[in-house]
Design a binder for this molecule. Structure first.
Ligand SMILES: [Zn+2]
Length: 123
């Protein structure tokens, strides 16, 4: 059972820590859907995961050819649908991320005020 970085506890996972690290190494710790770089910051590293391209729920095999580095948000967006290949899954994830971004922009994002925009040091 691997150690979950988010909860710092042991969690049941279909991929062992060793297996997961091999996939992350192979993919350069970058999400194969959105390109998020797990080496760029600790926050990014915390959301990195390994995705079954063909989901386990759809009898996807635990084979390196069926596993890719993936951030948790992309993993959640991808869901358990079945795609013809990684490219098709990637197109779906990116399209839906963009739709979610638009919704976020119109409903959740803090409106950018003039003073904040003018002084990037203000946090
Ligand atoms: Zn991603």
């Amino acid at each position: 059972m691997p150690l979950s970085l988010t909860t710092l506890s042991l969690v049941a996972s279909p991929v062992t820590l060793q297996e997961g690290l091999k996939i992350l190494e192979r993919d350069g710790y970058c999400c194969q859907y959105c390109g998020l770089d797990g080496r760029a910051s600790f926050e990014n590293a915390l959301v990195m995961s390994v995705d079954f391209v063909v989901p386990r729920a759809r009898k996807g095999k635990k084979d390196p050819r069926n596993l890719v580095a993936c951030c948790r948000p992309c993993n959640a967006i991808k869901g358990t649908r079945v795609y013809a290949n990684l490219e098709e899954a990637k197109a779906f994830v990116l399209k839906n991320r963009e739709a979610l971004r638009k919704t976020w922009g119109s409903k959740t994002a803090r409106p950018m005020t003039k003073s904040l925009a003018a002084s990037p040091s203000a946090a």
